[in-house]
Ligand binder design. Sequence first.
Ligand code: GLA
Length: 650
Amino acid sequence: MWEQDYRLFDAARIDTVTVGVFSWALTQPAPEVYDFSMLDRIVQRAAGERRNICLATGTGAHPAWLARAFPEVTRTDFEGRRHRFGQRHNSCPSSPVFRQLSAEVARRIGERYADYPSIIAWHVGNEYGGACYCDLCAAGFRDWLRKRYANLDELNAAWYTTFWSHTFTDWDQIEAPSALTEHWRGPDHTAFQGITLDYLRFMSDAMLTNFIDEKAALRQSTPDTPVTTNFMGMYRPIDYHRWAAHLDFVSWDNYPPDDRSPARMALAHDLMRGLKDGQPFWLMEQTPSYTASRDVNPLKRPGVMRLWSWQAMAHGADAVLFFQMRASRGACEKYHGAVIGHAGRSDTRVFREVSQLGAELDRLGGALLGARTPARVALLFDWDSWWALEISDGPSRLVRYQQVVLSYYQALWEAGVDVDVVAVTADLARYDVVVAPVLHMLKGDLAPRLEEVAKRGGSVVTTFLSGRVDENDNAFLMDVPGPLGRLMGVRVDEWDVRGPEVVNPVRLRGGGKVAAQLVFELVQPDGAEVMGTYQADFYAGTAAVTRNAFGSGHGWYVGAGLDQAGVSWVIRQVLDRHELMGPYPDLPDLESAVRVTPEGERLLFLLNHSADAIDVPAPGAGVDLLTGRPVERGQPLRLKPSAVHVQTMS
Ligand code: GLA
């Protein structure tokens, strides 16, 4: 089968393979036995074929013997049930045995394969995530807390433990927040947001420690080969901003929940690129055809795999890989799409499309490598705000962080503007526009840094439920939106929230009317001009959207859950002011993106996500990188459905 596979890899120009991701039971079949014969054959063969290898440590699932010999390596779930051996991503991050043995297998793999020049990257673990609530984790949590808080007084203040008689007088009284302790109705319903928030932070850090253990073990014999692990885009349990510095490059797996939102994928790509200050990333996994884990797993239509691969590259990917190369014969992923199906044929549509993409990238050579996105717009993304918003009791469980962030990103994306999605700690000096949707938690010196953006002429946009709490999830003892109030020139004393059936129309300055739903803050201008007013209920005629002149720039406050048209109106007002609209702002399904190569060459990507052909004039002169033909400015371009156009812009 390998003969056949390698012939097909060649045919498809597949030059990079990730191997060994779940290999632990093969490489260590018993406590004292390490057996690398299978991995040797795989690595030697791939290296002999001059294939680039991304070699995994294989610890994304532990072997059965390990769980049997040391039951502590398995996880305890939110309900308090100690799991037995099964599935994957199944190790307790605090288990000393897991930590020691996973690092040891990584050390041995590093040592054994360090000298293979074909190994261009190490892949630690797999899709870190989930959570554990065992006693070891509870002890780990207490240690983590001792480092965070100087003493129990500080911890009690941060968690506001005078509420419901929770004052802790000994560190050992602190429990992991679970269904057995602070929670009811699941992980988002907690009596103490501060405790749950710290546990989320701790759990993300505990798994990061696992990654760091293995990376350090690899580093003993391979000091230079870059190390990564595959992230999952907007994945709530892991704060990738806390992880990013420890990865040498970011890689992620793109399995969009539906096929209707290219903007959502673009947002995830930009988030991943933003983790390491705009450094290019790898698309580590995508299915060439369908997934298997959903109830219904639709097939990617002709051209869509290519379109989405190019979308990744347009947003900063320097490599595009697939899961999986050949279809698994058994177990739960046997119906997951693969480059090579069970029958090993090359005359399938999927294989043909993968080969065409391979040929295209082969012709392109290194033209894109290392290219950066020249964004003047930043969108702030913050895991703490995400967690705090969604574990909050009140004002509304219906306001979801990703949905609100996506609606603002969607507006930017439709306008065709390049966006950096960055952490709240990012340097904002290079941006003209900073968009901070539902910035629920305001940490450190962010408020003055946002004021700086406006002072020097930039625009800052924020929304309802922003500036509410400090880093411990305690309310600011001041008017809403807390430290953002000065910049926004507003004050909010009351807010109304309703179910999705209630719509309050908002009239925008200039006459347009849009709908608002879910959350309606009663915004009182305190210097800001009113840009939109509610049209119904007892607060009809009062402000829903405002703009405040601050320095030579603006602070925009959107107090209502505007529909997409409303969000787009706000975003376009802002982009217009800074002349940042993309080349085709009236064609929302035509995505445009720019990357600038290390040599300073500007590359423009146009991607047609609509079901219809789109005709546009070329926005500039250059060379079409896919055909090699010159492009004149204004020359008609016909983009068929799923078409991709990549050109230099001279
Ligand atoms: C993840 C994993 C792979 C595989 C795919 C299936 O990304 O890393 O092992 O399970 O999902 O979609």
